[in-house]
Design a protein around this ligand. Structure first.
Ligand SMILES: [Zn+2]
Length: 114
């Protein structure tokens, strides 16, 4: 891997992370508000015991969706991050900064750039 390829891959991962987090917000925030409006509507249209079951199921479904979307986002970005060609360690966070500064993997010490 050359330094240019490494920089390009970092930029792709950063762009994907930005795009994925915007998509996540665009789905999660409106659904959160829709849930609140539905609960408000349900307060006047359903009996309290039935209402609690519906609200609980709705909340659990919403949380499952949020967790799934976050997992999907994290795994998509992880696949795009540069990795060490020798030990396959993901070069993110401090490892990424060390790779930029030294040109070496901070896990195994391998030279990253040819
Ligand atoms: Zn390594």
């Amino acid at each position: 891997m050359t330094r240019d390829e490494f920089d390009r891959q970092r930029a792709i991962a950063a762009g994907a992370e930005k795009w994925q987090s915007r998509l996540l917000a665009a789905i999660v925030v409106p659904l959160g508000f829709a849930q609140l409006f539905f609960i408000k509507w349900l307060d006047t249209h359903a009996a309290s015991t039935k209402r609690l079951k519906i609200e609980g199921a709705l909340f659990l479904a919403y949380m499952a969706l949020v967790i799934f979307l976050i997992w999907r986002m994290v795994s998509a970005v992880k696949k795009m991050r540069p990795t060490c060609p020798k030990c396959r360690a993901a070069l993110k966070g401090m490892s990424e900064r060390m790779a930029v500064a030294t040109g070496k993997c901070d896990h195994c010490g391998a030279e990253l750039f040819s």
